[in-house]
Design a binder for this molecule. Sequence first.
Ligand SMILES: [Zn+2]
Length: 399
Amino acid sequence: MQTKKLYYEYFSANPYNAELTEIRHIGEKEAALVLDRSIFYPEGGGQSADRGSIQGAALLDVREDGEEILHIVGAEDARRLKPGPVECLLDLRRRRDYTVCHTAQHLLSGTILRITGKATVSMRLGEEICTIDVDSPVLSEETLLAAEDAVMDAIEENHPVIIHLCPPEDISRFPLRKAPPRGEDAIRVVEIEGNDFSPCCGTHCASTGQIGMLRILGAEKYKGMTRVGFIAGRRCLEESRLLRKNALTVSRAFRVPLHETGEAALIQLEKSARLERRLGELEEIVAENEAVLLAAEADRSVAALIVKTYGDKSMEELLRIGRAAQKKNGSFYVLASETDLKFAVFTRDKGKDLKALFGKKMESLGGRGGGGNGFFQGRFENGSGLAAFMESLQEGKTE
Ligand SMILES: [Zn+2]
């Protein structure tokens, strides 16, 4: 049954009363509601479908199917509905958001065409960011800023947006920015007075002032073209709020005014990098000192096996110490980190298979690891396993 399409005049009434004429179940999870008339815009022309509810059933999608508009709701919701009068409620803020973004897209594409002579090939109105693909391998930052300013001029000048329904044979009287669709009885032309003519079936503002604001977020190369990202309307307000909140956090943390936060962050990063380099140098010195002590202990010992557990060092630090110690004599150094529950065996003596020497004991106490001649390492699930392993090595030494 044909659905009367009322979505271009949504502002005339919301909620809106309609007649539910048919409920079609689609699979197990969804159903399509058919109404005699609909205020819900179905997906099309690069614009997403509306959201809202029909007699309390939340709309999941709206699709155009020939003369009908299918309102998709959950199967559960559909079961409690029956044909007859229903109240339709449109998610107005979402509709306005897409209407604003869509009109802003026309204005931006028309402006970039006027400034650069480059056409918009495709567009996408996303949930968060909208994009247009401009048929140009590059668009300079100056060009984008000029386009942004020109769009803001047109918004402030509040040009009317006029809809023309034109028979295909007369379409040449409009200087269209892109080719009109074929096979339509009447082509819908959206004119932004003084700026742009586009064939389009989406929803648009009544005048450019309703866009409020447009921000170009950036541009990137895309398949030989330039993809320009932008936001418009309330999205600019939301982004401004978010950016200010973040900037305030940085401003308070660094104790600098808002406009100096970027510079302050860069200075802090440089400082951190310098400190990290210095810390690395100091850690090398600490590791070397500890290695000297371990090597001296090894020189005094008969067993030539040094077993030591550290409660305050990471395995990374122990790797540095072990590698420094093994250079000083031919002893075996078994160093464990209580914090990381790991241990490693270091020696410059490449003639012994360390896995054969330490692997069995480690596994019998619940540890896992690997290695071979010159180096072996392992880890335990808990501190008691590691402690038992290290203790067994100490005992083995004195036997
Ligand atoms: Zn449009």
